[in-house]
Design a protein around this ligand. Structure first.
Ligand code: SF4
Length: 204
């Protein structure tokens, strides 16, 4: 069973060391289109069956630095790249890294490149959490949210591993003050997760 933190209990500036586990340019698997994927290091949720236990450590990989920031921004400039994907580990417990690259993207490309982010937090939890988490949420276009629940594992769902997880239009969700599904997502089987079918109740 994954851990359920109270709002503001986990603080990025206390747990993150600014490390990243991996960076993959020109990825086809982390969201829609061709993307640059950044995997930050460290996660506290400890979901049973996590696909990436190796990235639970906040010292996994190497420190994020100016050279990698510039490499990613340079790759994003390529016309075939649709946007940036933030994965983990937990991006919202590494807001020092995640905000830095997202703000760099917005300064250079505005909204012409999109940002997808995978998180163990739910949208509702992030809305109640700290300023840095809400600042990152405000820059995300598509949020794939919620813990991975092994009992609800379904690998036929696009972009997520278990049926409680949701693919949300983050900007529309913030505007509406409730979780709004992302409608652009391709789903060849026409399936939604349980949370979407039941009216987008909180995933946690
Ligand atoms: S939130 Fe994601 S990275 Fe963290 S333990 Fe759960 S599945 Fe793994």
């Amino acid at each position: 069973m994954a851990l359920d933190p109270n709002p503001r209990l986990w603080v990025a500036e206390k747990v993150s060391h600014g490390y990243v586990a991996d960076y993959k340019p020109f990825s086809f698997v982390d969201g829609e289109g061709v993307r640059c994927s950044l995997y930050v290091s460290g996660c506290l949720f400890k979901c049973d069956g996590c696909f990436n236990e190796g990235a639970w450590s906040f010292r996994c990989g190497k420190p994020y630095d100016d050279a990698l920031q510039e490499e990613i921004l340079s790759d994003l400039a390529h016309e075939s790249i649709q946007g940036l994907s933030l994965l983990g580990g937990e991006p919202f417990l590494n807001t020092q890294v995640a905000l830095r690259i997202v703000q760099g993207l917005r300064e250079r490309f505005g909204r012409s490149k999109d940002v997808w982010c995978w998180t163990g937090y739910t949208f509702e939890e992030l809305c109640r959490d700290s300023d840095d988490k809400r600042a990152l949420l405000a820059e995300v276009d598509v949020l794939v949210d919620g813990r991975y629940e092994h009992a609800m594992r379904d690998l036929t769902l696009p972009h997520r591993g278990s049926r409680n997880q949701r693919v949300l239009d983050a900007r529309a969700s913030l505007d509406a003050d409730r979780a709004v599904p992302y409608l652009g997502v391709a789903d060849p089987l026409g399936r939604l997760g349980d949370a979407e079918r039941t009216g987008l109740a909180g995933a946690a």
